[in-house]
Design a protein around this ligand. Structure first.
Ligand SMILES: Cc1cc2nc3c(=O)[nH]c(=O)nc-3n(C[C@H](O)[C@H](O)[C@H](O)COP(=O)(O)O)c2cc1C
Length: 362
């Protein structure tokens, strides 16, 4: 048996496995291993995004790839962080100052996306323009699939994909002309809704009426990929899987936390961005779930509030507080491995699971 399906022929890949990543090196490795890389811009300034896309294009050559935009409408008109900060409520400022003092979090020297950028219309629109001009054959969107953008992408010959967490979101994306859906369940790392992958995938498959649906959320073994096919999915879409991959260059401290984590070590929290996201639990998420903690601010103001602290925690490697977006699938990643080995394992396990199912019903 070969793990090669219709969607593989349509996209020019060997395996119906899709990997979302913010790392150029991981994206290139996914493509070379025969799966489909989806390169995400959502945590990148416009300048860095352009440079990253240029490097990705030169390294990936003729292999197929896609580009992903986080298209939240929860943005500010303001592009200047200092101006956005002036609107922060006193109680929230005091709370984060308390965390900073308790853990003695030093100020960042270099800073990162969270301390330097504010999610603004300019950023979101800029990402969309970079994606349209990128030359990628596929455009994928999260947190919205604006009809005008989908039309422009399709007119440019791109295949369009939207991640959804509810049947209602699927209906909206389909009405806007989307070509393909990712049914992303509650188990997933990153921004996610409240319906589990197992409950969600068949509902989205039904809603899609023949358009391909990829299953996402909690997938770390081939047995789950086999189950995804049984639920009507055309393939599997993974994000957490690449965090422990060698090509992700995750530093040893965070890597050790990820490798040791099980599914129960992730939590759904609004403390990261203001929207509910699944992350690795840490002292940071614990502080925000204290009974006396304020309710996190809406996106993007939560990151305006916490950006410097998050950057300081990362830059100064403050183990106790560090976290990353991370799905329940983390339980299946216990040792660092090159991307190609992860994909080979998933493919072999999927075939084994499908054969074992066939034997069960002989
Ligand atoms: C570190 C990380 C960052 C993510 N960033 C994005 C993103 O920018 N855009 C997006 O559409 N999905 C993003 N996601 C969600 C993935 O696309 C995917 O749906 C999810 O990871 C699937 O569940 P899993 O984490 O259990 O594999 C991210 C996930 C992780 C773990």
């Amino acid at each position: 048996m070969k793990l090669h399906t219709q969607i593989c022929d349509r996209l020019g890949i060997r395996y119906p496995i899709f990997g979302l990543t913010h790392s150029v090196d991981v994206a290139v490795a996914i493509a070379r291993a025969g799966a489909f890389p989806m390169f995400a811009l959502g945590r990148t300034s416009l300048e860095t995004a352009e440079a990253d896309v240029a490097r990705l294009r030169s390294e990936i050559g003729a292999l197929p790839w896609g580009i992903n935009c986080f298209l939240t409408s929860s943005v500010v008109a303001e592009t200047d962080r200092a101006a956005a900060k002036s609107a922060l409520p006193r109680g929230h400022l005091d709370f984060v100052a308390g965390i900073r003092d308790k853990y003695r979090i030093p100020a960042p020297v270099k800073g990162n996306f969270f301390s330097n950028v504010v999610r603004s219309h300019k950023l979101i629109d800029g990402h969309a323009e970079i994606a349209l001009a990128s030359g990628a054959p596929v455009l994928s969107t999260a947190a919205g699939a604006p009809q005008r953008l989908i039309e422009r992408a399709k007119a440019a010959g791109m295949l369009t994909v939207a991640s959804v967490g509810t049947p209602r979101h699927a209906q909206i994306a389909l009405a806007g002309g989307i070509d393909m859906l990712v049914a992303q369940g509650y188990d997933a790392g990153g921004h996610t809704g409240h319906i589990g992958t197992f409950a969600l995938v068949p509902q989205i498959v039904d809603a899609a009426q023949g358009r391909p649906v990829l299953a996402a959320g909690g997938i770390g073994t081939g047995r789950q990929i086999a189950a995804a096919f049984a639920m009507g999915a055309a393939g599997a879409w993974l994000g957490t899987a690449w965090l422990t991959a060698t090509e992700n260059h995750t530093d040893d401290q965070l890597l050790a936390k990820l490798l040791a984590a099980g599914s129960g070590d992730t939590v759904l929290t609004r403390a990261h961005s203001g929207k509910s996201a699944r992350v690795l639990r840490s002292a940071w998420t614990d502080e925000w779930s204290r009974p006396d903690a304020p309710i996190p601010l809406e996106m993007p103001m939560q990151q305006v509030l916490t950006g410097e602290l998050i950057a300081g925690i990362e830059e100064h490697r403050m183990s106790e507080l560090r976290y990353e977006l991370c799905g329940q699938s983390i339980a299946y990643f216990n040792k660092p491995a090159p991307v190609a080995d992860i994909i080979d394992r998933l493919v072999a396990q999927t075939i084994e699971a499908l054969q074992s199912v066939q034997q069960t019903f002989r």
